[in-house]
Design a protein around this ligand. Sequence first.
Ligand code: C2E
Ligand code: CA
Ligand code: CA
Ligand code: CA
Length: 279
Amino acid sequence: SSTDQVAFFNEDMEKRLLRQDKIVKVLREVIEGKDTESFYLEFQPKLDLMKDKIIGFEALARLRIENLGQVAPDEFIALAEEKLLIYDVGNHILLRACDFLKRLQDEGFHETSVAVNISGIQLLREDFVENLQQKLFSSEKVKKPLEFEVTETVLLDHFSQINETLEAIKKMDIAISLDDFGTGYSSFSRLAELHIDTIKIDRFFIDKISHTAEKDLIISDVISMAHKIGLSVVAEGVEDERQKAYLQKYGCDIIQGYLLSKPLPEESAINFLRRYESD
Ligand code: C2E
Ligand code: CA
Ligand code: CA
Ligand code: CA
């Protein structure tokens, strides 16, 4: 009956709200430094195909909450955005990523970079750059080589504002990579105007390599066009040798994905790097 449905709906809704409340509460405690356990970063290596060298890592946010288990970043980042916690969460992520950079440098890896995902909401905030310069850089906690990954959609919706911000970021000597490339609607003429260094081809397209005849794939064209306008190309979500071979053949610069490694906890990431260097 319809009353049953309403009851179901309410129960579901209540569960969802309780879950959200719990996540938000934990995020607040993380930001305030009261909870140092639930939130952490993992690091996924990026391989330079030409040099056969690990050139850096992407930092990926992780949240593990008692009774809820592992909460996916897609869920808690979206929630942080909705509750306007993303600025503080984003700063926290950046500082933690810089702790890892410091660790890399202490281990002698001075050229290994760390890439941090930046939410479009963070980028759109007027004082994003000022905050970076004043709060973060002046504290000397921010290390380099640092890279930001920003998604294609936000860039295209607010082109000139975002592009100005990107220019200012580049002046701070931070590299910029356009994440999830291909899922939006960027044209190459627009891309050429953007203050970015790299495009990161979305996993969706990399996956196609395994199921599509080589002649029907357009990734090779994307790679050569990107190179023509001076951008380097990263392929994300590379899972098998066939994909790697295709990408290598067509001059993709960098690959990332389970074929090489899943995102790793700090200690394992350092060990991975050591092992790769010694082989
Ligand atoms: P993304 O930036 O596109 O990150 C790539 C996602 O693909 C990651 O999922 C990664 O673990 C996963 N992945 C990597 N290699 C493979 C592969 O070979 N196969 C498959 N199937 N998946 C692979 P994750 O860690 O769950 O992150 C999901 C999304 O959450 C990220 O997508 C990003 O948009 C967001 N996110 C994660 N960490 C942060 C963060 O620190 N800040 C912000 N703003 N967003 C973040
Ligand atoms: Ca990313
Ligand atoms: Ca991506
Ligand atoms: Ca993605």
